[in-house]
Design a protein around this ligand. Structure first.
Ligand SMILES: *Cc1c(COP(=O)(O)O)cnc(C)c1O
Length: 227
């Protein structure tokens, strides 16, 4: 099941890439394994998947420990809190949900010296939803410059989680806005290479608008009970 689903997701990515004149290998697949048991992750690994996204810290740390003998890349994609930054800095390869300078400073100070710098994406509240995580576009350039100064973090790009929407053309609009912001930061001199956008229901729209990393849970592992 999971291996067939992964094949189907890879085909969807390749198809969207072809349709929108993107190089298929310019789009990375992050398998979002939050709430899924270790056995499901092992099945995905056996089908060639190496990058996994998790949102719940304690659950993630126990999985990372259980799977430490595999060469995997772990991305934290859930909401950040100050009391979580140390364990995240110690266990993850990437954080995609960074949205304020205080957390950036903590992650920078807490990243162990024996590990490479922590890869980070800034989460942008692209639809300006009042209760949602993510920085507003107007505040993005200042935060990006501040993070770029921190030696134990490596600013890789932007992440967004727009409000769900069923219409393909409507889905494209926030992704286009994020892509524009990404290009503006690049033009200001930041060496960014990651535009993380697109989930199970808006994958093709994100690829149409330039996603370099899509975060897919449901289409690989099935419906979640929570999260
Ligand atoms: C859960 C989650 C996903 C995966 O969503 P699906 O719709 O299951 O593909 C992607 N990104 C983030 C930040 C998530 O929390």
């Amino acid at each position: 099941m999971i291996s067939d689903a992964l094949t189907t997701v890879r085909q969807r990515i390749a198809e969207a890439a072809r349709q929108f004149a993107r190089a298929p290998d310019s789009i990375q697949l992050l398998a979002v394994s939050k709430t899924r048991p270790v056995a499901d992750i092992v099945t995905a690994i056996e089908s060639g998947q190496r990058c996994f996204g998790e949102s719940y810290l304690q659950e993630a740390i126990s999985k990372i420990g259980a799977l430490r003998n595999y060469p995997l890349q772990w991305h934290f994609i859930g909401p950040l809190q100050s009391n979580k930054t140390r364990l995240i800095a110690e266990h993850f390869d990437w954080v995609q949900s960074l949205d304020n300078e205080k957390h950036a400073v903590r992650l920078n100070a807490q990243r162990p010296t024996h590990l490479p710098p922590l890869n980070v994406c800034i989460q942008v509240n692209i639809s300006n939803e009042p209760q949602k995580s993510g920085i507003r576009l107007t505040e993005l350039p200042t935060l990006a410059q501040a993070i770029a100064e921190l030696p134990r973090l490596r600013l890789r790009g932007l992440m967004a989680l727009p409000a769900p929407c069923a219409d393909f053309n409507q889905q494209r609009l926030p992704f286009r806005a994020l892509h524009t912001a990404y290009q503006q930061l690049q033009a200001s001199g930041l060496a960014l290479d990651t535009l993380s956008m697109g989930m199970t229901n808006d994958l093709a729209a994100a690829i149409a608008e330039g996603a370099t990393l899509v975060r897919i849970g449901t289409a690989i592992f099935g419906e979640r009970e929570r999260g």
